[in-house]
Design a binder for this molecule. Structure first.
Ligand SMILES: [Zn+2]
Length: 183
């Protein structure tokens, strides 16, 4: 069993209270990624100050989405960068039977995030010339690596690559950068 202190967030990423988070246990969630489909165990921490939980997802999993970063990345690149049709993009994402609404949902969310994402990733690499914000963000993600970008956006800023759905918005704190701590 992995030591709960090893990856314990410090401080709480949601309220930045200095009290140590409790590690009451795990929950299971399903994850579909390229070459993997099944259940993963996720450690959950509880902040005694703000009473919110912090889940320690593996870095290829996106909060609240069942599909892993690499599946969504392959779909969005095929659909929005290469201009492939929904069916072909689903195939590129190794999900040939997925409902087309799911892909449309990813596209819609990504479009809504693209401009802010491109601007944020400019901290990591020189913005690439592109026809529009969506293409630019995708090129930058491809260049930096999606998992690296997700880790950078999420671990420090609690920003979701595809944006937070409205019902989770309070957990996605879009603004303040906590002072740089150890990685
Ligand atoms: Zn807290």
């Amino acid at each position: 069993m992995v030591d709960p202190d090893r990856y314990r967030p410090d401080p709480c990423p949601q309220c930045e209270a200095k009290r140590p988070l409790r590690a009451p246990g795990f929950y299971c969630r399903t994850l579909v990624d390229v070459g993997f489909e099944g259940s993963i165990r996720v450690r959950r921490y509880l902040c005694r100050s703000c009473r919110r939980t912090v889940s320690l997802l593996p870095e290829f999993a996106l909060p609240y989405l069942r599909f892993g970063v690499s599946v969504i990345a392959a779909f969005l690149v095929a659909r929005l960068l290469e201009g492939r049709r929904l069916v072909a993009a689903a195939l590129a994402a190794t999900q040939p039977h997925m409902p087309y609404q799911r892909g449309q949902f990813w596209v819609r969310r990504f479009r809504g995030q693209a401009e802010a994402l491109g601007a944020a990733l400019a901290a990591k690499l020189t913005p690439l010339p592109a026809a529009n914000f969506v293409a630019r963000a995708l090129l930058m993600l491809q260049s930096l690596g999606w998992v690296t970008a997700h880790r950078f956006r999420f671990s420090q800023l609690r920003v979701h690559l595809l944006g937070w759905p409205r019902f989770l918005a309070p957990h996605g704190r879009p603004a303040t950068l906590p002072s740089a701590g150890p990685p």
